[in-house]
Structures are given as C-alpha cells and as structure tokens.
Design a protein around this ligand. Structure first.
Ligand code: SAM
Length: 283
C-alpha cells in the first residue's frame, strides 16, 4: 500500500490536525509510513485513500493512530530517579499533611498512562508513603489513569504484566505488590483499590476538579505548541491550588505557561500550582 505520496501524507496530517490538533509535521516520514502502514494493514485497507476514508469516519481509529504515533512505550518506574523525587518531594508531604489535618482523600491523575505501568508505579509509591505515615490506612487514594488508546487501557485494566516487563521493579516491591501467576505478574488488590482506568483525550476539557497531583510523562512532547498550551491549561483548571504537576524528563512548560507554576525540581520536571493562583488572560 502506498502511503509515501505527498497527497496521502498531507491528507492524514490535515485530518489529525483538524480533528485533534495533533501535529505530525515534526515526525520522520519513515516512522510515519511504518506506523500508518501497520494500522492500515490491521484494518485490511489496501490503499492510502481507503485508510484515510476509515480515519474520517472512525473516531476510534484516529485514537489508535495517534496512540501508535505517540509510541505506547512505557515501563514501571520509568526514570527511577524521577519516581524517587515524586515520592520525596510530592507524595510524602502530601500524605503526611492530609493525615495530620484529617483530610479524607488523595487524588492523582496519571494522564497518558498507556498500558498502566506508570499508574501502578505511582500507586506503589503512595502505598509506601502510607505505610510510613498511616499504618491504619484511613486515607482514601484515587489514582485515575487515562489514555486515548482503548487497546492500551485494556492491558492496564488486567493489571497483569509479563516477567520481562518487570525490570524496573525491585525484588522487595515485586513481592509486596504483585502475585506471580501463569500469565505473568498481577498487581495486588491493594493497588487495584487505589487505581481506575478510563478513556480520555487530554485535549478535551476535563470534568474533575481539585486534584492533588497530575503526572503526565512522555506525552506532551508529541504535541504542537498550540496543543501543549491547551493541555497545560486543562491541567491548571483541575489542579488544586498547591497541587503538583510532573512531566517527563525531556518535557517542559513553554512560554507564558511557565508562569502558572513554581518549579519544585527542575531536573525531574516537578512543578507546583501556587496557592495564590497566577493567571493568564483567557484561562
Ligand atoms: C509514550 S506513552 C507514555 C506513557 C507513560 N506516561 C510513560 O511515561 O511511561 C504516550 C501515551 O500518550 C497517549 N496519548 C497521546 N495523545 C494523547 C491524548 N491526546 N490524550 C490522551 N492520551 C494521549 C498515547 O496513547 C500513549 O499511550
């Protein structure tokens, strides 16, 4: 099937940009061709135009193509230092403060969670902090993982991962938070109780509010500047004053959006929404 022609490329580019604000102009053509060919092959499309026809009428295929282009690559504790910083600078003080003040819930959003490893890694970090601070565990923890890709979320919901995907998990944590089964390692009921997965596009206006933490790693790097701004504005809307945002190591806040946060740990891309909100016109 021919996807290399300029016409096919331009039609796909324009459709993703118009439908989702997803800009593929920065992608290498060979990566793009491979990804589109793979998706089209799965659907049995024999030409680029047939695939574009499918994209135009099938929202779910737009999601799957964007997911394929955003590379669903993920891991448990991807960047171990970043998760250590998240525990120390964000989760530990939050858990301690909430318990001390008698507040009832800790709300975290793992945005662009792919197959769930990030969400469960956060849940493990929270569980570890709870153990230190609150042996009675009366703090309710809600960690929601969202992604565009239904197939990635299906895997996340099973909570079962093959042995070779467990590289980032230490022996102690493996023993404590997983049970070995025939199909791999399965997360414990404790992690399941804390986590939930649902489908969502980061470009849509989010419905929740008053989140304590948003972890969005290795996602916005694929977005154009306009979409970056839109997604960050959405995060600002749902974060509590004093709430935290964590991005991936190669990502950062751009332009005026930087002023909406204080830097907590620049290297690990941890930011905090000030207690007295700063504002940008139009937000
Ligand atoms: C490279 S993975 C990152 C996974 C995880 N956050 C990590 O750092 O390991 C990027 C994920 O972002 C998701 N994604 C891309 N665009 C999205 C959007 N507009 N809304 C929600 N998820 C999106 C993709 O489906 C993919 O699963």
């Amino acid at each position: 099937m021919e996807v290399e022609g300029d016409e096919t490329y331009n039609l796909i580019r324009r459709h993703l940009l118009n439908a989702r604000g997803f800009d593929i102009s920065g992608y290498s053509r060979s990566f793009l061709n491979r990804s589109v060919r793979k998706r089209a092959g799965r659907l049995g499309c024999e030409s680029g135009m047939e695939y574009i026809g499918r994209l135009r009428k099938d929202e779910e295929e737009v999601n799957e193509l964007i997911a394929a282009l955003s590379v669903n690559v993920t891991d448990f504790f991807r960047d171990a230092d970043a998760f250590a910083a998240l525990s120390k600078l964000v989760l530990q003080p939050l858990v301690e403060t909430k318990i001390r003040l008698g507040w009832s819930a800790l709300r975290i959003w793992s945005a662009g969670c792919a197959t769930g490893q990030e969400t469960y890694s956060i849940a493990i970090c929270v569980a570890e902090e709870l153990k230190k601070a609150d042996p009675d565990r009366n703090l309710v923890v809600r960690i929601v993982g969202t992604d565009l890709s239904s197939s990635a979320l299906e895997i996340a919901r099973t909570g079962i991962y093959a042995k070779e995907r467990m590289r980032g998990v230490s022996r102690r944590l493996l023993k404590e938070y997983f049970s070995a089964s025939e199909s791999g390692y399965e997360v414990t009921p404790e992690l399941r109780r804390m986590t939930k997965f649902s489908k969502g596009n980061l470009l849509d206006r989010p419905t929740g509010k008053f989140l304590d933490v948003i972890v969005c790693r290795n996602v916005i790097i694929y977005f154009s500047r306009v979409v970056h701004d839109q997604v960050i504005d959405n995060f600002v809307r749902v974060l509590k004053p004093g709430g935290y945002l964590m991005l991936g190591r190669t990502e950062t806040l751009m332009g005026p959006r930087r002023q909406l946060f204080e830097a907590v740990d620049h290297e690990n891309r941890i930011f905090r929404k000030p207690l007295t909100p700063m504002s940008l016109s139009g937000l």
